[in-house]
Design a protein around this ligand. Structure first.
Ligand code: ATP
Ligand code: MG
Length: 694
């Protein structure tokens, strides 16, 4: 018995009932003024923990209450996670309407806009995005194509070439000036840089590849190029209000984009702290903050000084530390919170004792009621937590790590992604090169010839099937052709999800992995994880874009939040801790040459940036702050040579006076006072640590 299907109407989605936000009760006077500012440009410049981010959330709420359609608000933040958190908070204030606000990073937003408007401006929308590693690899191909591969050993490496290129594009500083400033020994190659960059640019265009910088560059060009005006105007007309957090870490290109986007309505709110600018090495400039009132005539400027995060003793230490900065615009922070212990300055014998202290103290605070997730251990660079990671694992304390080497930068993960990318964009030369080099029997030369064959036939995938490899590469070639065909067929039939693609790739790749890498088990487990993450994405395009633009930074970002313990300690680089706060913060390795890092020592600007970075670290703490430094430090990460370490230069006498000094006692039998402990014959921990080194 059959009958006509009956329609089942979707319900109107219930919007959480709104209650009027009580701005006066939840914000102080200056914050309220900023949050409820009428139209027009607004700059909030204020120190750490003064409620900048909170004010921005309330401003979003205010705009929605005022009747601005949520989808016409753009909220730009430094990470996608930060945007999600802010929008979740806005939702609590004004209900689910706020879900329509566009929140994300500059790069993510650029990507979204270019997919939509790019085709009208000569950027076919099947472009793939190169992450930094891929961009460097492509630079390497250009370097070779321009004949610099073996010309001279002194010719700059791909990383240097890419750095100079990126800096030039982001700051507009001429290449020659960058070389004089940063790489005087390469000044003679000024013109050659130009040659390589020209090839790099052409190569990207010919293969429809965009690097990170291109995303911003093309967005700016859409808005600025007179011939693109019709498109640029439509892009600009998408939003009525734009809000930007962490403005001190934006660069010239980003400021140009904002100018273009706000040309008509001028409704731009930016929030920042010059004392926390920590991305100058990537071209960010605090001039964006300083020049804001000039660039946007009539801009209102709000400053905030009351800190709501930390106790006064923690602020005293932070204020004193930053008061030593050469240039400085923000003022003293204060709090009305009373009490609080002085932050601790802990001197440890060595790495092991430092680790021991951190773990003991964490357990102690935990016993006193502080959840693990309210504590964080910060360090200057990712590898500095190696010893701690080993100890935490041994003692079964759950932790996640932010910053440092990321899952997606692992070679085997990049290998699998290369297959997906070639499917997505057959012109993706970097990925072709990567996957060809994986195949047993296919070497450098064959890979190059195969790519040339593809290029000659306009990157028609069948050109690879027709390519005639040398005999020893034949089997690999056949396998690869078969695999790619199967994948493409699944694509056409619409039977493939991206997780399914990965399963197919792995029927071949897992064998390669086993042959290529030591320690295969954790790597295979990584691929299982990748597959699980992929499963959550509607399409391959979405998946590839998301993981390239906003790579997961921690294990919880990897999509197993549900299984993961929810009470987890955070280990983080200081850079990745930006904007965050915890009840207890440990800053380890406060050793000169480690923080500031030794490579910054020759350069005043870099030292200043390191100082601001330490300021960011100290101002993350609400109630407890401990800075630790071991005074015996191994000289090389691999070796067992100890040397005496100096306390970080930022902790001068005046700063140290703000701290409670702590010396660690050992529970083990104390050695005879007149018999100093003999240096170890071999330092097994140092060797183990070496494995994590760069
Ligand atoms: P950072 O410079 O580190 O990014 P911030 O200026 O963005 O800091 P927020 O993170 O917004 O500061 O605020 C710091 C803490 O103070 C948060 O926990 C926030 O909720 C709290 N806070 C800010 N303003 C107020 C207020 N008026 N009343 C109560 N709590 C507040
Ligand atoms: Mg903030």
């Amino acid at each position: 018995m059959s009958s006509d299907p009956i329609p089942y109407p979707a319900r109107v989605r219930e919007v959480t009932p709104r209650r009027a936000v009580d701005f006066a009760a939840e914000l102080n006077e200056a914050q309220r003024k900023a949050a409820t500012h009428p139209d027009g440009p607004l700059l909030i410049v204020a120190g750490a923990g003064t409620g900048k981010t909170r004010t921005l959330v309330y401003r979003v709420a205010h705009l929605i209450e005022r009747g601005v359609p949520a989808e016409r608000i753009l909220l730009l933040t430094f990470t996608r996670r930060a945007a999600q958190e802010m929008l979740a908070r806005a939702e609590k204030l004004v209900g689910s309407t706020s879900r329509a606000v566009h929140g994300g990073t500059f790069h993510g937003t650029a990507h979204r806009l270019l997919r939509r408007f790019g085709p009208e401006a000569g950027i076919a929308n099947d472009f793939t995005i190169l992450d930094q590693g891929d961009a460097e690899d492509l630079m390497q191909l250009s370097r070779a194509a321009c004949g610099f591969a073996d010309k001279t050993k002194r010719f700059p490496k791909k990383e240097t070439l890419h750095h100079v290129y990126s800096r030039h594009v982001n700051t507009g500083i001429p290449v020659g000036a960058i070389l004089r400033e940063e790489y005087p020994r390469f000044v003679e190659f000024d013109e050659d840089f130009g040659t390589v960059f020209a090839d790099y640019t052409a190569r990207k265009q010919g293969r429809n590849l965009l690097d990170y910088d291109d995303l911003l560059l093309y967005w700016a060009m859409l808005l600025e190029t007179p011939e693109a005006r019709v498109i640029g105007d439509r892009v600009g007309a998408l939003y009525d209000h734009i809000l930007v957090d962490e403005y001190q870490d934006t660069n010239v290109l980003q400021s140009r984009i904002l100018k273009g986007m706000c040309r008509v309505h001028r409704n731009l709110t930016v929030v920042g702290d010059d004392a926390q600018s920590i991305y100058a090495f990537r071209g960010a400039t605090i001039r964006n903050i300083l020049d804001f009132p000039r660039d946007f005539a009539g801009a209102a400027v709000v400053t905030l000084e009351r800190n709501y995060r930390s106790t006064q003793p923690i602020l005293d230490a932070s204020n004193t530390l930053i008061s030593r900065a050469e240039e400085r615009f923000t003022k003293e922070l204060y709090t009305t919170r009373t009490g609080g212990e002085r932050p601790w300055l802990v001197t440890a014998q060595d790495d092991a004792q430092q680790t021991r202290f951190v773990v003991d103290r964490i357990l102690e605070l935990h016993e006193q009621g502080t959840p693990l997730r309210e504590m964080a251990v910060l360090f200057r660079a990712g590898y500095m937590s190696a010893d701690l990671e080993i100890e935490l694992t041994a003692r079964n304390i759950p932790f996640e790590k932010w910053g440092g080497l990321k899952f997606l930068e692992a070679a085997h993960v990049k290998d699998v992604l290369a297959f997906l990318r070639v499917l997505e964009n057959p012109r993706d030369e970097v990925s072709w090169y990567r996957l060809l080099n994986l195949m047993p029997g296919i070497g450098e030369t064959t890979a190059r010839r195969a790519i040339e064959a593809l290029a000659e036939r306009g990157w028609n995938p069948e050109a690879f099937a027709d390519f005639a490899p040398p005999p020893r590469a034949r089997e690999a070639h056949e396998q690869l052709v078969a695999l790619l065909r199967a994948l493409r067929r699944a694509d056409l039939e619409g039977t493939a999800g991206v997780a399914q693609d990965i399963v197919r790739v792995r029927t071949m790749y897992d064998g390669i992995l086993r042959a290529r890498y030591d320690r295969e088990e954790p790597r295979l487990a990584d691929l299982d994880r990748l597959q699980a993450i992929a499963d959550g994405f509607p399409s391959r395009t979405d998946f590839l874009a998301a993981i390239t633009l906003d790579p997961p930074a921690s294990s919880t970002d990897l999509g197993f939040g549900a299984e993961a313990e929810d009470d987890t300690l955070v280990l983080s680089t200081v850079h990745s801790a930006k904007g965050k706060e915890w009840d207890a913060v440990f800053l380890i390795w406060a050793v000169d040459g480690w923080f500031p890092m030794s490579r910054a020592l020759g350069d005043d600007d870099q030292i200043e940036e390191e100082r601001r970075l330490m300021y960011v670290a100290l101002t993350r703490a609400r109630d407890h702050l401990a800075v630790t430094h071991p005074f015996n430090v191994y000289q090389t990460r691999r070796g067992a040579d100890y040397s005496l370490a100096q306390l970080s230069r930022f902790l001068d006498r005046g700063v140290v006076r703000c701290f409670q000094q702590v010396v660690l006692e050992s529970t083990e039998t104390v050695p005879e006072p007149d018999a100093p402990a003999a240096p170890p014959v071999v330092d097994l921990r140092a060797i183990l640590r070496g494995r994590f080194g760069a």
